[in-house]
Design a binder for this molecule. Sequence first.
Ligand SMILES: Cc1cc2nc3c(=O)[nH]c(=O)nc-3n(C[C@H](O)[C@H](O)[C@H](O)COP(=O)(O)O)c2cc1C
Length: 181
Amino acid sequence: MKRILFIVGSLREGSFNRQLAREAEQMIGLRAKVTYLDYTNVPLINQDIEFPEPEAVGRLRATVKEADGIWVFTPEYNFSYPGHVKNLFDWLSRPVVANDYETPTVINGKKVALSGAGGKMATAKCREKLTELLTFLKADVMEPQTGIALNVEAWTEGRMILSDEQKVALKNQVEAFLKIV
Ligand SMILES: Cc1cc2nc3c(=O)[nH]c(=O)nc-3n(C[C@H](O)[C@H](O)[C@H](O)COP(=O)(O)O)c2cc1C
């Protein structure tokens, strides 16, 4: 069975992006094994502690390596992606052995899907910049992406209810991703 690693780019308990990930997980059902990345212990990137790799970074790399695809669900922070999301990809961009730039990183060639729930622009700027970053890291960013512009009820009640149109968009992304992983 294919393994898909979900990365939720929000640390917030009631995160709408986590809710979106759960919707996608339900749509995937038993067709792939979905796991959520726990990156709480991944330190901030610091070249002083790169080698030997910190334990949490080793776990991060191993988890990414064994995944057939990665799906990032992230909020947009100030027209970009959150700093802790960048931190993960900064670690994943680095060699495991000092000065070994020959061995491909675990993110190189990885199939990545992007989605996000946020304000009016439905995280378009965030996904644009994340696409640029991941392309630079030689990941394979797939289309379509799903952007959810949260409605008033979501903001007031803390619960995201997808419209039929949004459900179709997410379902299309699920089907497209399952085809390529
Ligand atoms: C530092 C910060 C910057 C933000 N900037 C944006 C932004 O540029 N665009 C946007 O749509 N929402 C922005 N927001 C609002 C988030 O979209 C909103 O808080 C959203 O609920 C976060 O996702 P989550 O529910 O998964 O935590 C920002 C929030 C924070 C904390």
